[in-house]
Design a protein around this ligand. Sequence first.
Ligand SMILES: NC(=O)c1ccc[n+]([C@@H]2O[C@H](COP(=O)([O-])OP(=O)(O)OC[C@H]3O[C@@H](n4cnc5c(N)ncnc54)[C@H](OP(=O)(O)O)[C@@H]3O)[C@@H](O)[C@H]2O)c1
Length: 356
Amino acid sequence: MSKVIVHVIGTGTIGEPLTGILSDHKEDFGIDEVTFNKNRPLSGDRPKLEQMIRRGALMCSGKEHVEAFKAMGLEVAFESEEAIARATVVIDCTPSGVGRENKHQYYERYADKVRGFIAQGSEFGFGKMYARGINDDVLDKDKDQFIQVVSCNTHNISVLLHTLADDGQGALALEEARFLCLRRANDISQDGSFIPAPQLGGHSDPQFGTHHARDAYHLFQTLGYDLNLFSSACKTNSQYMHALHFSVKTKFKLDMDGVLARMHDNRRVAITEKGSANSVFSFGREHGHYGRILSQTVVSTPTLAVRNENEVVGFCFTPQDGNSLLSSVAATLWYLDPETMDTRIDCLRPYLFQEV
Ligand SMILES: NC(=O)c1ccc[n+]([C@@H]2O[C@H](COP(=O)([O-])OP(=O)(O)OC[C@H]3O[C@@H](n4cnc5c(N)ncnc54)[C@H](OP(=O)(O)O)[C@@H]3O)[C@@H](O)[C@H]2O)c1
């Protein structure tokens, strides 16, 4: 039997905790080896890389960097391209556009060796869009060698639609939905791109507004839906977590008790009485996995209103990147074995909170 190897490319906001989760739960997940690719040999990154290696992952990089890493006291176990070639699953966690470039430059060349390639939120067009719990049933072993895990806000939008617009028979009955993403300026792990005050975003897509509704539309299109969605976005001068204002209009009647019951019944939805991003973030820091709440949304119940018996309005928080991490693990386990994916991922259930 060949070794089961999962290779993560990128050690940033997504790549670092993902490598850690995979290393910590290697046995639960049925993985023999976790490897990760570090792009630049920056000495300031050495402590982070040491910790990732200490958790059991092997570092890979371009052969031109081997000596520089050696001088930093770090061993490069495999050269970047070799690491892709020997992997069972590759998870690309690089910034916007690099994943699509990598697909053409490398991944397609190793498509006969590697079982599956996964990219993150900004890689529109990389492969089938995926969010755990939304469209697991349409993943197809014969067709879906490339998967794009949707962005954190798209996860949030999608789980709200899935929870609120379900007609009770497992199908969506949605009139329309609108969303305003109140985005943090940058992640606490990032130094750049902070802003001094709220910054409003444009509606570059005339049909969907921003990519968040567009991506949710395409995610649900994999299930055969043609949803009426629109989103707007603005950045706020915060580093904690995104917040989302939503208005979801259904084709059936709803009341507040029903709304709360739906949220309670969906284990990927957390509710909270809190109304500030810092207090929800702080809960994640204390009780989450790598500080992350892995629930797909945290709905602030005091902000909920039901209007005209068919419109649910409210605010919720997007738990950093926890939902993208969970879906990335789920997609990896699906490539390894769809039959055992649900039981293997159970070890992360303690981080799917019902209440925050
Ligand atoms: N941040 C979030 O909250 C979040 C949430 C959901 C989804 N996502 C998505 O996840 C992806 C990664 O985002 P991120 O926030 O983790 O980015 P990030 O923190 O900027 O990290 C990017 C990583 O990619 C590496 N990298 C850059 N260019 C590379 C190249 N050409 N080849 C190989 N490695 C390269 C960088 O390594 P060096 O530093 O060594 O150059 C760095 O480790 C994006 O698609 C983003 O949309 C992010």
